[in-house]
Design a protein around this ligand. Structure first.
Ligand SMILES: [Zn+2]
Length: 352
């Protein structure tokens, strides 16, 4: 009896994501062009096309949908900062903080005073998250893309969310590292609200998913697993160590697997396999994958030297869990290769 052709995985995107066109980026004291460009999404769309998957435009959510993860004051900042900044005398084209509250200030009762310059420092972790005129609209539409994939997962299927800007470095009340709204965390909360009692996140972006870790730090119902470059050598520098295991009800529900810079396929795939086993042991009913391609050997800031075959194998292992999954796009900045890597990952998964 001939096998029936399996239905292909649904994928979602939104054209408004291209309205986020960040310019500012700082590397070793030099201002450089920002890597997180709209061309990334164009490359990923080509990867879907090569698979024969036609992406659908996701509905843009009401901003209230973001409050399951983010604080109201932060969302107010994100949605108004660009206009407030543009009204300043001699303002540059994007909101970029030039000061942040230090732990010493916080210990002495530091608080934001309401001016956009102070707020920029308060609500951002670093200078890698410039806010321009289209950043809020792009972030809101990216959230909708993740929520559309989560709705598919809630219905028992798996789907791919072409989110841009990415989200896993964003905390409940702080942007950072190209991220503003934590798309993966929104997908987790949507799955919880839809009735999944235990939801896992598996983050294979080359950077530690510090925002996701922070959001679910004390949660017993959400497992967060991250495979990433050693933070003593790599962004986000201060967290991402193996000893960070969660707190309270979340004790033991956070698993970090930092890898030596330049690890290559072997150690990376071994860590992904351990992450997959942890998701299985947790008894997750649904999964959110934070899918970054910046572990690639051809990444501009190469850290983990993973091959295209490695990504295909990772897709096979994670898809092999058989869990309803929202696959949420995070980083990866080689615009010539992103589409191919997505194609290999999803083919490994069995998406087509
Ligand atoms: Zn990354």
């Amino acid at each position: 009896m001939p096998l029936l052709a399996s239905a292909s995985m649904r994928a979602f995107h939104h054209p408004d994501q291209a309205r986020h066109t960040p310019r500012f980026f700082l590397i070793r004291g030099e201002v450089r062009p920002n890597y997180e460009v709209p061309e990334r999404a164009a490359s990923l769309l080509l990867g879907l096309e090569a698979l024969g998957i036609a992406p659908e435009v996701a509905p843009v959510p009401d901003r209230a949908a973001l409050l399951r993860v983010h604080t109201a004051d932060y969302i107010e900042f994100l949605s108004t900062a660009a206009a407030a900044w543009a009204a300043l005398p001699n303002a540059g084209p994007e909101v970029v903080a030039n000061t942040h509250p230090t732990p010493d200030m916080l210990a002495n009762g530091a608080r934001p005073g309401g001016h956009v310059v102070g707020n920029a420092g308060w609500y951002t972790a670093d200078v890698a998250c410039p806010i321009g005129p289209g950043t809020w609209e792009a972030s809101l539409s990216a959230a909708g893309v993740a929520l559309a994939a989560a709705a598919e997962a809630a219905a028992g299927r798996s789907a791919y969310a072409l989110c841009r800007p990415p989200g896993h470095h964003a905390y409940a009340a702080r942007a950072g590292g190209h991220c503003y709204v934590n798309n993966a965390a929104l997908a987790v909360e949507a799955l919880r609200a839809a009735g999944a009692t235990r939801v896992a996140t598996l983050d294979i972006d080359s950077h530690h998913g510090n925002g996701t870790q922070g959001i679910f730090w004390e949660r017993g119902d959400v497992l967060t697993v991250s495979v990433h470059g050693d933070p003593s050598r790599y962004y986000p520098w201060f967290v991402g160590h193996a000893g960070e295991r969660g707190a309270g009800a979340g004790e033991g529900r956070n698993i970090n697997m930092p890898l030596a810079i330049g690890s290559g396929d072997g150690p990376w795939l071994e860590a992904v396999a351990r992450g997959v086993q942890a998701v299985r042991d947790f008894g997750a009913e649904a999964l959110v994958v934070s899918l970054g391609f910046d572990a690639s050997e051809h990444e501009p800031l190469n850290a983990l030297s993973v091959t295209a075959d490695g990504f295909a194998r990772a897709g096979e292992m994670i898809g092999g869990l058989g869990l309803p999954s929202a696959i949420v796009q995070e980083g990866g900045y080689n615009v010539d290769l992103l589409g191919t890597l997505l194609q290999r990952f999803l083919t490994g998964w069995g998406a087509r």
